[in-house]
Write a protein that binds this ligand. Structure first.
Ligand code: ADP
Length: 177
């Protein structure tokens, strides 16, 4: 996102974010509700660079963001080096580990690899403001919320694609120089 590129258009974050209507739902992790095996399944069945962490599927309240790479490395390390970590171990992103049933395997604590304050915009934030924030903060992605509930994600590539689409449709609305 070159600072020289001017982006003057009336699109909103909701027009650029994924998932689009008809796309599979946003792939999220919950802060203390999933097992190592469930997290691995989500990570391995998608190619996304990162995953928002939410309080619960029902609430969709944002807790943080974890990078795919960090998840894979941490789980791999834990399986090799940490006693008792198996597919059934609970993955915990919370500060305090919730009580586990007596026979349960030890939980895998992953709060340390989570970005606790991922950047967010609301669904009706104008895209020119969002693009400005991406440039100024050097973001790779940003999460989109509505009334505090997580709705979607916008990556740098999503923005570049969106700009290219607008430029095709309406070359005068955007100035590349
Ligand atoms: P990039 O956009 O650089 O290819 P990703 O591979 O992370 O980055 O994302 C690919 C596409 O999937 C983008 O359109 C992005 O908005 C979307 N996306 C990213 N993360 C998720 C996720 N956790 N759940 C659903 N869609 C996602």
């Amino acid at each position: 996102l070159e600072p020289k590129e001017e982006f003057e258009h009336s699109s909103l974050a909701v027009d650029v974010m994924r998932p689009r209507r008809g796309d599979p739902a946003l792939a999220v992790l919950t802060q203390d509700g999933m097992t190592v095996g469930e997290v691995e399944t989500i990570v391995e069945s998608t190619h996304y660079s990162g995953f928002p962490v939410v309080v619960s599927q029902e609430s969709q309240r944002l807790v943080g963001f974890v990078l795919r790479r960090d998840l894979l490395i941490s789980i791999d390390n834990a399986r090799k080096r940490q006693d008792g970590i198996v597919s059934a171990s609970k993955v915990v992103f919370t500060e305090h580990t919730p009580a586990q049933p007596p026979e349960a395997p030890p939980p895998l604590r992953l709060r340390g690899i989570m970005d606790l304050s991922p950047f967010t915009v609301t669904d009706h934030t104008a895209m020119d403001i969002t693009v400005d924030i991406f440039r100024k903060l050097g973001l790779r992605q940003c999460l989109v919320t509505h009334n505090g509930r997580l709705l979607g994600i916008i990556t740098k590539k999503d923005i570049l694609k969106h700009m290219a689409q607008i430029a095709n449709r309406d070359p005068d609305s955007i100035l590349f120089n």
